[in-house]
Design a protein around this ligand. Sequence first.
Ligand SMILES: Cc1cc2nc3c(=O)[nH]c(=O)nc-3n(C[C@H](O)[C@H](O)[C@H](O)COP(=O)(O)OP(=O)(O)OC[C@H]3O[C@@H](n4cnc5c(N)ncnc54)[C@H](O)[C@@H]3O)c2cc1C
Length: 283
Amino acid sequence: MVEFDLVAPRSADEAFAALRAAAPDGAAVLAGGTDLLPDVDEGRQRPRVVVSLRHLPWRTLDWAGPSLTIGSTLPLRALEQDPDLVRRFPGLAEAIRDVGSVALRHRATLGGNVVRAAPTSDLVPVLLALDAEVEIVGPRGTRRLPVDRFVRASRRVDLGPEELVRAVWFPEARPSAYRWQRVRPANDISQVAVAAACSPADRRWRIAVGGVAPRPVRIPSAAEALGAGAPTAAAVARAARAAADAVAFPTDRRASADYRRHLVATLVERVVDAVVRAEGFPR
Ligand SMILES: Cc1cc2nc3c(=O)[nH]c(=O)nc-3n(C[C@H](O)[C@H](O)[C@H](O)COP(=O)(O)OP(=O)(O)OC[C@H]3O[C@@H](n4cnc5c(N)ncnc54)[C@H](O)[C@@H]3O)c2cc1C
């Protein structure tokens, strides 16, 4: 049986102290535990102390005009059941509903997903398309980083040993969508996934691709090909080609690089179509 000490601090300062006390052997941070606990069970992580975020007051959803701040420990299930979030951030809601099962989403959190930074994450691509930023707290204060800079590589993020992600901030509600292709529709990892959003402020697009690179990436050439607001059919075709050309797709047991190139082009067309039909799309 795997053994560790479990501490459940009631403030961020207590959490930092617990993380510091466990150095240098290392503590692990526990949010929903859907990534961490299988890792511990299977010996991929061997923490001496597990610091649970359960009692921190971070299970929050705060609207401020067009922007939204989601506390890092709010379970995904609460997010997908929030009618305002579903209406104003449709792509985020779609991506959340694609994470595992309902039972899993009662525990899994947005903070855990972004810190895990799996190349196959369903949430990181849509965070990229929405220009989301992570709010990081640590003993030396608070800092903020765009998700694009926070997620550095597969399972590597810009987070110090005593730092925690307190929240994820979205600058504005955006018509958005998320589409993927999997071998099996449920309980599987995407061969390719594409998120898109169009800003009501500047009518510019963001396109991000997941499941293929060492980490999900934004594809500025595809976004630029779409122009501003509703794109023509020719612009959508150019964006689809740009996305297919922009990423060095791998070949693995899920799909060949050629098939992935084909998939990403098709998914770009579908996701753009869905965004154009979304409520509030800027014409
Ligand atoms: C059966 C199964 C199916 C899954 N399906 C999907 C899927 O379809 N799509 C998908 O994207 N993911 C999937 N996952 C992965 C997982 O559920 C998600 O990544 C989930 O969002 C992780 O959140 P959590 O709260 O459980 O994280 P945890 O397991 O608690 O933590 C994950 C990592 O982040 C760290 N961490 C967590 N919160 C913080 C914080 N606030 N500050 C600093 N560090 C923190 C932890 O120390 C740990 O290293 C699946 C997992 C399982 C077991």
